[in-house]
Design a protein around this ligand. Structure first.
Ligand SMILES: [Zn+2]
Length: 1056
């Protein structure tokens, strides 16, 4: 090893210059990560560049800085990133861009490696006196290219790409086999087919040129303050730093800044700081980390509590200052943006008026982001005409103080706005969900299993496991048609009947998915299986989720089991055993069948077909006995949690009935079967005991799930609404809340209790995963389940948290049995990173699910004429009173939304003959539990929990998602609303209709696509990812009850 001294001239992103002297060690051996290496480099445990490429690519520093997104195309193979370039990204572009590069280097699907060129004795070149930093960096990169060529003994040509023409001229012909060319030439010569990359390159370089040529015109915004000033200001308390949240409904005018810990310093700030208007927002974009300066108290304002007209907020039409109860809150202006959190945005290029001359020239267009909270983005494009009316992914490059809008460039085209496939892709991208097909490399890691050659148990593996195949009656209970059975149960009597043994057996996913393998990395990146209204994206490949890890009936499977010995009388736990097992499920039951067995009704168990009557009866009795014992145990467990205050919230209501092909035959309201609860209770119990085990084994690095108690102030609406109906809701503890919700039942209207439970749910915090090293033990509590410790163990096929927990449990068992766990468990810090990632992905998944269901609801109503179609009329319940209208819930369609009592023209809803509503000029007056309108017709009053009739229609906005619009038709209940189970008929109709419409829409989309000229290969690829098995997975998405999206997704998150 050789020691030298290295002088670094660092320039921070704020322009500060630093001179740093470092000792620098050079080695002869630095891994090259090439499959062709003949020099015995230690390339183990890392990605290695394949040998079968025609050349390697070494991008220059400036190329990595400016064109990283072009380098991200997977078609660019054999890319060597230099340490020099990586460091430059870190210093010049900041943490986010650097993380992006690191993720690219980690991505197993991308053929690129990092070469530590500045530590390699022969590729390192010290900076010369008077040499400019850029020149020196380019020389380092070139020297790396030459080193690779020599290191691989000339077996591989090396192409350096640079935008520096002088460098290309200087180095171009210096060494045979090492080529130096521009990015454009590289793409043209080596990737002529990859038009998406060509377009992206053109767009980025266009944006760069414009940034350079942009002369400082008139200032539209104040300059941001330098980083030092911001830092000092925040420290002294003069400024406040936090994340900018733009109001969804008042995106143009209202935003707030929230930050953890704000309230502890200053109680005034516990609700955040309001930022009003574009000038005060000063080029900050939703999600950015900003620093705000508070305005004098006299200029503080309040949040607007009126309903904003129109989907997504009314912008200019916004009414202000009408209502009296807006309390002024701290208000400020943005003085700096320490961190931009720009992501990929889906935008729409609005249709342009009049015939356009076909133009080949670059045009600058204002594109409208799909997300209302993001400002319009100015995009330069040569495809202005082709892009019209299309949804396109763009990235923001800059936002100068002289410009009203940020500048950006287009990345790829999704398709025509309004088409189903385009809209679904939009939802995925807007939520940061990336679900490419599983790669061949990943699939090669997994065992093969086919009907001809099914996978078989390995004898050595079997010897290490507790074999339950003969000793235990194992069975599963799932929804009808379920393919991925990740849990099974067993129960039996021991010790002459004095003990009960209860077993929960979970698919042993981590046996097949090794930590750090490609499958593991992909599963971690996804973090969950994504369920949309019409499709799902699995976390694991089907060979695992539907076969090897599915505890199907009659086949041998590996499992992770928790087995309790309970006192047969008191059901107290005597002993718990955790470990790897070998199971063979005897019965694959579905809920209705299991319940029928329990109820003693006629039930045919498919597994018993063909047996003689005596044997069949004996086995039926054995199975029924097991189910009965299980029910008794579950009742006991549930009662125990109820005493602790477990909450029964607004839960599952609809259930999809599947046929053998997993198609939906009907969507029926869920029969509240006790067996659902029995199975759920056993899973909760297993999760709880595993949480205890891993927390005790690894007190500072176990992954648990906690559900924080809600903030009391969030309950005010619930308490007030309940009071309006004469109920007292006590929210001081989960027990008090659960009890008082149970009492708040109006015998005349069951919806009242349901609405109150929905309100209670929306007041809840979300349950989250966390690392035990980060919280004190009193924070571990799960409020919804009333358990001191909880985690997720029972669904490793579709949740990555469970995969992590399985590994922790394995390590804990190894420690118990004195084995070396082989691999150290993740540190608290790493685990915290993992939990943050999984929590984010779960939120994204819920949001995508909700949006896709709304998309389908809109598709359903879009085709109907609200004037004539009776299905557009529905019963609605008022659950909240606002300044200019009410919020209602439409049980039949599971829709929640505003109904205006006053419109933009100042007219109000007046009720005349028979309760029919019409618009009249008049006034509106809001009280705590009702709202009244006065007009020439007299006074009309709408009270909380009143049933009214609404008309449902769709408001199309072209640039954004369509939205449902509700209008009051009558202040009486809907006549068609005969007393039936909540929405039996309507909902299954809705689903069938939407299925039909969606199929038609996708057919039309295909036809349209065939008719119009192709924009790019990307677009074709994006239009192909459809698997139209509509609604076939609704039962698995229990949370996707069409009834109440927000509440239900929160319940799922809170209580699951
Ligand atoms: Zn090597």
């Amino acid at each position: 090893m050789k020691k030298t001294e290295k002088i670094l001239h660092l320039k921070s992103c704020r322009g500060r210059k630093l001179r740093v002297v470092r000792e620098h060690y050079l080695r002869e051996r630095v891994p090259c990560y090439s499959g062709l290496c003949q020099a015995d480099c230690d390339n183990t445990g890392a990605k290695v560049l394949p040998g079968d490429l025609t050349h390697y690519v070494v991008p220059d520093v400036a190329v990595v800085l400016d064109y990283l997104e072009v380098l991200e195309f997977r078609e660019l193979r054999g890319v060597v990133f230099t340490q020099t370039a990586c460091q430059a990204v870190q210093h010049v572009k900041g943490r986010r861009q650097y993380n992006r590069l690191r993720n690219l280097l980690k991505d197993p699907q991308h053929d690129c490696v990092l070469f530590a060129n500045e530590f390699q004795e022969y590729s390192y070149c010290p900076r010369e006196k008077g040499e400019r930093q850029e020149e020196w960096q380019t020389r380092c990169v070139y020297s790396t290219a030459v080193w690779y060529y020599n290191h691989l003994a000339g077996m591989k040509d090396v192409v350096m790409i640079t935008e520096d023409q002088a460098a290309a001229a200087r180095y171009g012909s210096l060494n045979a086999g090492v080529y130096v060319i521009s990015v454009r030439d590289f793409l043209v010569n080596f990737l002529p087919e990859l038009t998406a990359a060509h377009d992206l390159y053109a767009a980025v370089s266009q944006a760069l040129q414009e940034k350079e040529s942009e002369v400082a015109e008139k200032k539209e915004f104040a300059e941001h303050l330098p980083a030092e000033v911001l830092e000092a200001g925040v420290k002294s308390g003069r400024y406040v730093q936090g994340t900018l949240n733009v109001s969804k409904h008042r995106a143009h005018s209202e935003a707030s800044v929230t930050a953890e810990g704000l309230s502890t310093k200053n109680s005034d700030l516990s609700w955040g700081v309001l930022v009003c208007g574009a000038k005060n927002r000063n080029r900050a974009v939703h999600g950015d980390v900003v620093v705000v300066e508070l305005l004098p108290r006299g200029e503080w304002r309040g949040r607007d509590s009126a309903l904003a007209e129109g989907p997504g907020g009314g912008g200019a039409e916004e009414k202000r200052g009408e209502d009296a109860d807006r309390k002024p809150m701290p208000t400020g202006r943005v003085v700096g943006v320490p961190q931009r959190n720009w992501r990929d945005y889906v935008v729409t290029f609005p249709p342009r008026e009049g015939p356009q001359a076909q133009s080949r020239n670059t045009q600058r267009l204002l594109a409208v982001p799909w997300d209302h909270r993001i400002p319009k983005i100015r995009v330069s494009t040569q495809q202005a005409d082709a892009l019209q009316d299309h949804r396109v992914v763009v990235r923001i490059d800059s936002w100068e103080s002289s410009s009203l809008y940020p500048n950006g460039h287009s990345v790829r085209v999704l398709g025509r706005a309004g088409e189903l496939e385009t809209e679904v892709q939009t939802i995925l991208i807007e939520n940061g969900i990336h679900v490419p097909p599983f790669s061949d490399a990943q699939l090669r890691e997994l065992p093969a299993s086919s009907p001809e050659r099914p996978w078989a148990v390995d004898a050595a593996q079997a010897a290490q496991r507790r074999d339950l195949r003969r000793s235990h009656l194992v069975f599963s209970v799932d929804p009808l048609g379920c393919e991925d059975v990740d849990d099974a149960l067993s129960v039996r009597r021991l010790a002459g009947g004095t003990l009960l043994e209860l077993g929960v057996h979970i698919a042993d996913v981590t046996h097949f998915v090794a930590e750090g393998s490609l499958t593991d990395l992909e599963a971690r990146a996804r973090a969950t299986t994504y369920y949309l209204a019409d499709r799902r994206y699995d976390m694991l490949p089907a060979v695992l989720s539907a076969d090897l890890c599915s505890l199907l009936g009659g086949v041998d499977r590996y499992a992770m089991s928790v087995v309790w010995e309970l006192d047969a009388q008191t059901l107290a736990v005597e002993k718990v055993w955790y470990g790897r097992t070998l199971v063979r499920s005897s019965y694959q039951l579905h809920y209705e069948l299991a319940q029928a067995l329990l109820d003693g009704g006629a039930a045919e168990v498919p597994e018993l077909r063909g047996l003689g009557p005596a044997e069949r009866d004996a086995r039926l009795a054995e199975l029924t006995g097991a189910l009965e014992t299980l029910t008794r145990v579950a009742r006991h467990l549930r009662a125990h949690r109820d005493q602790g205050g477990a909450l029964e919230l607004e839960g599952v209501e609809v259930r999809a009935q599947l046929d053998e092909q997993r198609n939906i035959t009907a969507l029926v309201p869920r029969q509240p079967l006790e067996v659902h609860e029995t199975v759920a209770e056993c899973m909760i119990y297993a999760n709880h005991w595993v949480a205890r085990k891993i927390q005790e084994a690894f007190p500072h690095q176990a992954l648990l799930r906690r559900h924080p108690p809600p903030r009391q102030e969030f309950f005010s609406q619930l308490v007030e609404s309940a009071a309006a109906r004469g109920f007292t809701v006590d929210t001081r503890s989960n027990k008090a809340l659960a009890d008082s919700l149970d009492r708040a039942v109006d015998p005349r209207d069951p919806l009242v209790n349901r609405m109150l439970r929905i309100m209670a749910t929306s007041a809840m915090s979300q349950a989250v995963y966390f690392s035990t090293g980060l919280q004190s033990q009193d924070q571990f509590y799960h409020y919804g389940l009333a358990l001191d410790r909880y985690t997720h163990f029972t669904s490793p096929i579709r949740r990555y948290a469970d995969v992590v927990v399985h590994r922790l449990l394995t390590a804990a068992i190894d420690v118990d049995e004195g084995r070396d766990p082989g691999r150290a468990v993740a540190s608290n810090k790493d685990l915290e990173e993992t939990t943050r990632h999984i929590n984010n992905k779960n939120r994204a998944s819920q949001q995508a699910q909700k949006l896709s269901t709304e998309l389908f609801q809109c598709l359903y109503f879009k085709e109907r004429d609200p004037q004539s179609d009776q299905r557009c009329l529905a019963d609605a319940v008022i659950y909240s009173i606002r300044d200019n209208g009410v919020l209602v819930f439409v049980p039949e369609y599971g829709v929640k939304g505003p109904v205006y009592m006053k419109n933009r023209e100042g007219q109000v809803v007046a009720t005349g003959e028979g309760g029919l509503c019409e618009w009249q000029s008049g006034a509106v007056r809001r009280q705590s539990d009702h709202i009244s309108t006065t007009s020439s017709c007299g006074t009309s009053t709408f009270r909380l929990f009143d049933h009214i009739t609404v008309c449902v229609s769709v408001r199309s906005t072209h640039c954004h998602a369509d939205a449902l619009h509700l209008e009051a038709v009558s202040n009486r209940p809907h006549r068609g609303a005969e007393p039936k189970r909540p929405g039996a008929q309507g909902r299954s109709q809705l689903v069938q209709e939407v299925v039909r419409l969606a199929e038609e829409a996708s057919q039309q989309a295909r036809e349209k696509a065939a008719r119009r000229p192709k924009l790019s290969r990307e677009e074709r690829e994006f239009s192909q990812s459809q698997t139209p098995n509509l609604y076939s997975l609704l039962e698995e998405v229990r949370e996707l009850a069409l009834l109440d999206l927000e509440a239900v997704s929160q319940v799922a998150a809170a209580t699951a």
